[in-house]
Ligand binder design. Structure first.
Ligand code: NAP
Ligand code: GCO
Length: 262
């Protein structure tokens, strides 16, 4: 296991890795030597992603799997471990957002966000950790958010889910650290993906606000998160547990500044 390839011999399952942050993280883990397994709900997206990974020289093992479907997950993990190998690294990346003010938000839409973003990592984590406990170790990385710490108009369900995910991360670490399983979170700032496209339009007030609110003065890229994922997936983080590492261009470090201030 070389410095350049710290994940050689490891198998990593990255949920929702057919594009965006998930694909960038899976690509980063592959670059560090890991074998990659990715899932999504839609077979056509999996096929397209499989081709895109292959174009980049990565053999991604693809599985159609909804992270909220408990029975399907419990069936799929043993099959994946049989067909690809024991899962050493789980990245709970799959997530959705609905931007609706609380007073107008139907409870079923609220629950849907909580289901994918909070029950999903629980269901996936529990299914994969069973094998990790038996094998004496593993790594779990939960995709948190600025909304694990901050509120924002219209994203109540999302914020509740990401706040909850920070605490699920801490509790997974509390229960599994003694089995040499490190559970940590990544807290991306504002990253340019399909999920943020509606608020990243030139001239959209939020777009200008975020660029001004981020000390780095830009939107993050999915690739900005890959190095952190490799660190949290490798031996370098063997004594890091229950921590959320924010990769946000400095948003949480500052109160921000008036638009006209240099
Ligand atoms: P994205 O482009 O919308 O990707 C989300 C992925 O999750 C997609 O592949 C989606 O599949 C998949 N997914 C959704 N529901 C699923 C389910 N039930 N089962 C399996 N897969 C499912 O979003 P992103 O921006 O890359 O975000 C990835 C993660 O980072 C999310 O957890 C998000 O909350 C978090 N995050 C994003 C930002 C940001 O600024 N972009 C910042 C902080 C945190 P389909 O495409 O088929 O729907
Ligand atoms: C929003 C954005 C955010 C980002 C991210 C920030 O509408 O505010 O979509 O929620 O996705 O989670 O860290």
């Amino acid at each position: 296991m070389s410095q350049a390839q710290p994940l050689t011999g490891k198998t990593a399952l990255v949920t929702g890795a057919t594009h965006g942050i998930g694909m960038a993280i899976a690509t980063g883990l592959a670059g560090a030597g890991a074998t990659i397994v990715v899932n999504d709900v839609f077979p056509e997206k999996l096929e397209a992603a499989g081709a895109e990974y292959a174009q980049n020289g990565i053999q991604a093992h693809t599985y159609e799997l909804d992270v909220t479907d408990e029975a399907a997950v419990e069936r799929a993990i043993p099959i994946i471990e049989e067909e690809v190998g024991p899962i050493d690294i789980l990245v709970n990346n799959a997530g959705i957002i609905k931007r609706i003010p609380i007073l107008e938000m139907p409870a079923d839409e609220y629950r849907e966000v909580l289901d994918v973003n909070l029950a999903g990592p629980f269901i996936m984590g529990r299914a994969v950790a069973k094998g990790m406990v038996e094998r004496g170790g593993g790594k779990i990385i939960n995709m948190c958010s600025m909304m694990s710490e901050l509120g924002r108009n219209t994203v109540s369900a999302y914020a509740a889910s990401k706040g909850g995910l920070k605490m699920l991360t801490r509790n997974m670490a509390t229960e599994w650290a003694r089995h040499n399983i490190q559970v940590n979170g990544i807290g991306p700032g504002y990253i340019a993906t399909a999920q943020t496209a509606p608020i990243r339009v030139d001239g959209h007030p939020f777009n200008d606000f975020i660029i001004g609110r981020t000390p780095a003065g830009r939107w993050g890229t999915p690739e900005d998160l890959a190095g952190t994922a490799v660190f949290l997936a490798s031996k370098a983080s063997d004594f890091v547990n229950g921590h959320v590492l924010y990769v946000d261009g400095g948003i949480l470090a500052t109160i921000g500044k008036p638009a006209n201030e240099e």
